[in-house]
Design a protein around this ligand. Structure first.
Ligand code: 5GP
Ligand code: MN
Length: 340
């Protein structure tokens, strides 16, 4: 975090403040971990802070300390509105534009609070008085650690915050395997373990909580895997019916797209997930090497993310979405074959 941003944040936090810490829609481990960590820290520094998420987060994160107090905007809109209205500072974590908060966007835009952005996605919007944006970071959770260092508050780390940050870094780095994982990431992780994060227990809590339904849904996803070898591309589809048959719960499809990317020679992987209620198809994109799925998702699917992991959506029916996707690939043939 640069010194200018540090000074602005230090000034904002000089006296006790009411704050809310907000994550993105469909919160993942990094969003939930970083928001809980920052909120715990603010409360320990004498402020009054709450975490608000636009919608519910996956069950595999519900053991996180303090997760039971997270306000879910679409379930508890009145409480969320009150907290946003009363807030003097709004921290927005792990996203780069207010439209990533879904129905919360309007309330946030109407707020008179000072905004602070902490995020590692590309091309952040400029709604904040202080923006700590670093696309080279493994995760927003790692950034919260560096944020504490910049504020000279690293001594405030406790077992709960170490657990939040470990979980966020672990989930956003694919368990420390993505290229964004650096020597510094591992040093941060080592310190978090020293501060009481129980690494083995955290891995178990997050990854060993499959239901039989989820594993069978994975079986369906793998059966639906299609390889387009001409383009080093693989994709998976899941229909609403397939989700319903397996009693789909939020988070159940997390990581499925990585199986498509794990096929030898594949550099571009996509999962298309039908959502009849919202009348859209949600897509997750993953890539290896220089092929930027962030640019691809921005260009065609009203989305974005990082160079090797991004998301987007289509308002066309599932089959049309897939046909259109395939028709785009010839434009990228060189990029996709050079990248392998
Ligand atoms: P996932 O595919 O796991 O949902 O998301 C991969 C990455 O892309 C995450 O960093 C996530 O925040 C980002 N992402 C997912 N969906 C969207 C979207 O619709 N818009 C933008 N801008 N980013 C997204
Ligand atoms: Mn993240």
């Amino acid at each position: 975090m640069n010194s200018e941003t540090t000074e602005i944040v230090k000034k904002l936090l000089e006296s006790p403040k009411r704050a809310v810490v907000v994550g993105h829609k469909n919160p993942d481990g990094d969003a939930v971990g970083s928001c809980l960590a920052l909120s715990f820290i603010l409360n320990r520094l004498g402020h009054k802070s709450d975490v608000i998420m636009p919608n519910d987060f996956p069950d595999f994160l519900k053991w996180l300390p303090g997760s039971e107090d997270i306000v879910i905007h679409d379930k508890d809109t009145d409480k969320s509105m009150t907290l946003i209205n009363e807030a003097e500072i709004v921290f927005t974590l792990d996203f780069n534009a207010l439209d990533r908060t879904g129905d919360m966007q309007q309330f946030l835009e109407d707020s008179t609070a000072k905004f602070v952005l902490i995020d590692h996605h590309q091309e952040p919007d400029s709604y904040a008085v202080a923006s700590y944006s670093d696309t080279s970071m493994s995760s927003t959770s790692e950034m919260i650690y560096h944020f504490l260092e910049a504020l000279d508050e690293i001594g405030i780390l406790c077992v709960e915050v170490a657990t939040h940050l470990y979980t966020g870094i672990m989930t956003d780095t694919g368990s420390f395997r993505f290229p964004s994982t650096t020597a510094t990431t591992h040093r941060v992780i080592a310190h978090l373990i020293e501060m009481g994060a129980n690494n083995s227990e955290i891995h178990q809590n997050v990854y060993d909580t499959n239901t039989p339904d989820r594993l069978r849904l994975l079986g369906v996803a793998l059966k639906n895997l299609t390889i387009l070898s001409e383009y080093n591309t693989a994709y998976i589809t899941l229909t609403q019916k397939e989700l319903d048959t397996h009693n789909f719960r939020r988070g159940d499809t997390e990581g499925f797209v990585n199986y498509a990317l794990s096929v030898t020679g594949i550099v571009f992987a996509v999962i298309f997930i039908e959502n009849k209620q919202d009348k859209l198809v949600k897509m997750s994109f993953r890539s290896k090497g220089n092929f930027s799925v962030n640019e691809f998702a921005r260009e065609y699917y009203n989305g974005g993310g990082h160079i090797n992991a991004a998301g987007g959506r289509s308002n066309q029916p599932l089959s049309k979405t897939v046909t259109e996707f395939i028709s785009i690939l010839p434009n990228y043939k060189k990029a996709l074959t050079d990248a392998s």
